[in-house]
Design a protein around this ligand. Structure first.
Ligand SMILES: Nc1ccn([C@@H]2O[C@H](COP(=O)(O)OP(=O)(O)OP(=O)(O)O)[C@@H](O)[C@H]2O)c(=O)n1
Ligand SMILES: C[C@](O)(CO)[C@H](O)COP(=O)(O)O
Length: 234
């Protein structure tokens, strides 16, 4: 049987509007290296990862390529995150990925992901088709009425988790999830794991413990927190 390869798609196709900087947040500095350089290095330099595809915003592709240097497969992203995942998936299939290979889908906006999480996701794909990285929520979460904003259904905190990335998949399962999602525009989810579990029957789902430090840079406050975390590291 052919050796299973492990691919990573690093999603840097967004514009980072919520941070409010003069360029996409992945190009901002984080203690001497950009957010993008850190998230790409976490996958590219990991011994369990064979090959990386980087998805960039078309308008910022030259800047992205300058940040990561030569030798990395870079493709243009799409309007939404799921469009960018599809662009990354098409690129790795074009580069020879097979349905049985592993693929990790990672937000470039999570530059502090640890080698331990990456290793755990790759290992969990020996037994599962879809692997989520989850952390408990420290806040109480409530569902609200979308019109009034008033709280409606209480959600028991002990049953809630936050998704992090990288999320892991068998390549064929990620392909199938996106094929089905394309056929049904009513499907609206914000991560690939939820998509695969919802749309692909009988997938074996595994869970890896996340880490509060694997935060997503979403607004300017997250940059301050990420810089403080890096400064506190030995
Ligand atoms: N069309 C898109 C949108 C998002 N992403 C990537 O998906 C990750 C998570 O998305 P998010 O934090 O929402 O990033 P942005 O869309 O860039 O942020 P904003 O919504 O503030 O513009 C980021 O690494 C982002 O670059 C992507 O590859 N393609
Ligand atoms: C994939 C994700 O990071 C899991 O928490 C999140 O859903 C991305 O959401 P965003 O709105 O694209 O930042």
């Amino acid at each position: 049987m052919a050796e299973r390869r492990t691919w990573a798609i690093v999603l840097a196709g967004g514009l980072g509007l919520r941070v409010g900087a003069d360029r996409p947040k992945q190009l901002l500095d984080l203690a001497g290296r950009s957010v993008l350089q850190r998230s790409v290095a976490a996958l590219r330099d990991h011994p369990a990862v064979d090959d990386v595809v980087l998805v960039a915003p078309a308008a910022w592709r030259a800047a992205v390529e300058e940040h990561v240097g030569p030798g990395l497969r870079v493709v243009d992203g799409g309007r939404e995150r799921h469009d960018s995942t599809r662009a990354g998936l098409a690129a790795l299939l074009g580069a020879g990925a097979s349905a049985g290979d592993r693929v990790l889908v990672h937000d470039a906006a999570r530059p502090l992901v640890s080698a331990r999480i990456v290793a755990d996701v790759v290992r969990a794909l020996d037994e599962h088709d879809v692997v989520a990285v989850l952390v408990p929520t420290p806040d109480t979460i409530v569902q609200v009425d979308p019109t009034t904003g008033l709280p409606t259904a209480p959600l028991p905190r002990a049953t809630l988790r936050r998704h992090q990335t990288p999320q892991g998949f068998t390549v064929g399962v990620l392909e199938e999830a996106h094929r089905r999602a394309c056929a049904d525009p009513a499907v609206q989810v914000t991560d690939d794991c939820t998509l695969a579990i919802a749309l692909v029957p009988d997938v074996r789902v595994g869970v890896v413990e996340g880490d509060p430090e694997n935060l997503k840079i979403t607004d300017a406050t997250d940059l301050v927190v990420a810089r403080a975390l890096l400064a506190a590291r030995p």
